[in-house]
Every structure is written in structure tokens, then in C-alpha cells.
Ligand binder design. Sequence first.
Ligand SMILES: [Mg+2]
Ligand SMILES: [Zn+2]
Length: 172
Amino acid sequence: MTPAVFLDRDGTLMRDVDYCGDPQDVDLLPGVRELLGKLKAAGYKLIVITNQSGIGRGYFTHDQYKAVEAELDRQLGGAIDATYYCPHLPDDGCKCRKPSPEMVLQAAREQDVDLARSFFIGDKQSDLECGRAAGVKTILVRTGYGRETDTTQADFVADDLPGVVSVIEREA
Ligand SMILES: [Mg+2]
Ligand SMILES: [Zn+2]
């Protein structure tokens, strides 16, 4: 089993543009490539966990979502090991949508991840609750919505992505 870093997508890896359905809108946040390179070198699997209710809302299709995912993967040079997304609406009552830990738990089973040595990085309360419920350490990054997010569910708080590297190097 290997440790993993679970990563929120919008507002954590790329600019949150509210329902991104166009690959042209993929805009990496500063320091993302460096962060992922360091985490990979330290032996972490990198797994994206993202809510994409824009699909359920009819704003974009699964195929358009997949095109965005492919563009993000391309810009990240293939650093991402796996991506899990929930296409449902908040009131669909699905099992997967964050803050449910379901996508993390599924990823852990499928990717042979040791949750006790893993982290979840995100900018919203739902990321922190998801990580907590899955039994991983949570890092709130104060990019995206993170400036306004309540920190009580966060094990650690970082102002930016370089700050996340420091936390993981210290706590791992
Ligand atoms: Mg986010
Ligand atoms: Zn879902």
C-alpha cells in the first residue's frame, strides 16, 4: 500500500471558474506543478476528487467534462494517477458527492492506498469533511474559496501550495 494525496480540483489545482466545461478555461494555480512534482518524488499517489454538478445541472456533458480533465492532465504532464468525479446534484441523494468520503474510499480500494498516511488538500469545508470522514489528514489551502472557509475541520492550514509542501514534509 502507498500513501496518497487526494486533491480537490477547482480552486485547489486550477482557478475556480464556476462549472468548467471548456478545456480553454483550465488555468493552473501558481505552484501546482512544483507541488505535484515534490509529492510524487516523495512517493505519494496523486488522486483528484472532484464534485462536478455542472453535469447534473445540464451545464456540460460527461464528454465535455472529460475534455477538461484531459486538458488538466496534459498541463500537469501526466502527474495525476487517477481522478474520481461526482456528476450529481446536491439534492440527488447520491453516495459519492463530497462531503461524502465515498470517492476517497473507492479510490483507496482501487489504487491500494494507505489512508492513515494520506492527505486531502482542498479549499472548501466539504473537502475537509470528506477527508476527515475517510480518515486522512486534511489541509485547507487558502486559495479559491479557502479564504472564507472555516478552519475547524482542517488538521492544517496553508496559505498557498508551497505552504502545503511544507506541511506534508513536516507531518509525513
Ligand atoms: Mg474547490
Ligand atoms: Zn454523486
